[in-house]
Design a protein around this ligand. Structure first.
Ligand SMILES: C=CC1=C(C)c2cc3[nH]c(cc4nc(cc5[nH]c(cc1n2)c(C)c5CCC(=O)O)C(CCC(=O)O)=C4C)c(C)c3C=C
Ligand SMILES: [Fe+2]
Ligand SMILES: [Fe+2]
Length: 364
């Protein structure tokens, strides 16, 4: 197979080094319609990081059964949470990238922040192209997933490395793998709960629901399960909650295999049967999306109340929360260490002219 690397514009000496941050989320359909959801799910569920079944078995099943059955049903769910600005996940991800740019600027960093979606648009490749075209010579990849999983975080790394495998003049690239125990992120979650409780009173039980993964992933060494529990313990600790005051559960099961337990729907049913008053938060999601707004705040509420539960309050994700953005900025700053993002333009101009002078003196 012939390997071809893309041509580059002529190399110019003395180009100022520029840093870009690519804030990557999962992705979402372009419209809440069956064809758009089908396109999105086809890309998402064809990723071998997401469904680890041999391709020859899985792809016919996906295209012949899953997509025809699921796309319409899923589109109806998307329609129930769609906003006038589009999918909540897209709206929040775009906003977070802008706020992150602002916060890093406030903290004295000159960086270009862009967002990308692992599936759908804007793709990781197109945003890396854009950052490179804008002169980025260093790129930090920041996933919107606080907990590392091979199914999510590693898939973002795959997309970046697929892009870089075609690039002649590569930027330096760094990846953030996790921030499940980051002080700022834990503090932002705890503060969100504390403010809500100060205004509305405490529940009998706090449910922290995380997106699930197949249980097999845990046994194959995926740290996701442990990192979810770590986040939950840290948030609970920060709030002074005792063991019996909170529950961790896993939602969004897909397919017939066993996923991480306890399942959120079963947990909600059990708590409902006890006639409990509960608050539910989804700390693994940096922004609200189908899985929080429809599955938890609508379906989950229904399951709980049907079972006899007294009160169900859904606490939104960090979204555009100041503390959440500050936490993302803190994570980014730690990973930017050693890259000259704080240098003043003057200093850089000086450096540039030095390099140019050297280059003019050199024969090549
Ligand atoms: C927060 C981390 C996530 C992990 C881990 C994750 C694993 C995972 N997901 C599926 C299947 C689906 N997930 C879907 C939606 C969805 N998933 C996440 C996040 C994680 N997924 C988010 C943020 C969303 C919402 C997207 C949005 O547009 O709002 C869907 C699509 C919806 C549906 O049809 O139900 C599927 C399918 C698997 C199989 C998996 C791990 C193996
Ligand atoms: Fe998912
Ligand atoms: Fe564990």
């Amino acid at each position: 197979m012939a390997i071809s690397f893309r041509p580059e514009p002529d190399f110019t000496h003395g180009t100022a080094p520029t840093t870009g941050i690519l804030y990557c989320n999962l992705g979402t359909p372009d419209e809440p319609t069956a064809p758009a959801v089908r396109r999105y799910l086809a890309e998402f569920l064809s990723d071998p990081r997401v469904v680890e079944i041999p391709r020859a078995l899985w792809l016919p099943l996906l295209h012949g059964v899953i997509l025809p059955l699921r796309s319409g049903k899923s589109a109806a769910k998307y329609a129930s949470i769609w906003t006038s600005d589009g999918s909540p996940l897209r709206v929040w991800t775009e906003k977070q990238a802008k706020l992150l740019q602002g916060k890093l600027g406030e903290n004295g960093h000159r960086v270009m922040v862009r967002h990308a979606m692992r599936y759908g648009s804007p793709s990781i490749a197109s945003q890396l192209d854009a950052l490179k075209a804008e002169g980025a010579t260093r790129i930090l990849v920041l996933p919107a997933y606080p907990q590392y999983s091979g199914t999510t975080t590693a898939s973002i790394v795959d997309a970046v490395t697929q892009w870089s495998s075609r690039i002649r003049h590569l930027p330096e690239i760094r990846f953030v793998n996790r921030y499940h125990n980051d002080e700022g992120y834990i503090a932002a979650l705890a503060r969100k709960l504390e403010l809500f409780w100060r205004a509305n009173g405490r529940p009998e039980q706090l449910v922290m629901s995380f997106h699930g993964v197949p249980e097999r992933a845990l046994h194959l060494g995926d740290p996701y399960h442990c990192e979810c529990y770590k986040t939950a313990r840290l948030v609970a600790g920060k709030l002074g909650l005792a063991q019996q005051d909170f529950t961790v559960s896993f939602q969004s099961r897909f397919g017939k295999a066993k996923w991480l337990e306890p399942y959120t729907d079963a947990t909600l049913r059990t708590l409902g049967k006890k006639g409990a008053r509960i608050d539910v938060i989804c700390p693994g999601f940096t922004s609200d999306c189908l899985e929080t707004l429809e599955e938890i705040a609508m379906e989950g509420r229904h399951t709980f109340l049907q079972a006899g539960g007294k009160e169900f309050r859904y606490i939104p994700c960090l979204n555009d929360d100041q503390g959440g953005v500050a936490a993302l900025a803190g994570v980014a700053e730690r990973h930017l260490a050693g890259w000259p993002t704080r240098e003043t333009p003057d200093k850089e101009a000086l450096e540039r002219s030095r390099t140019l002078a050297l280059a003019r003196g050199a024969s090549h």
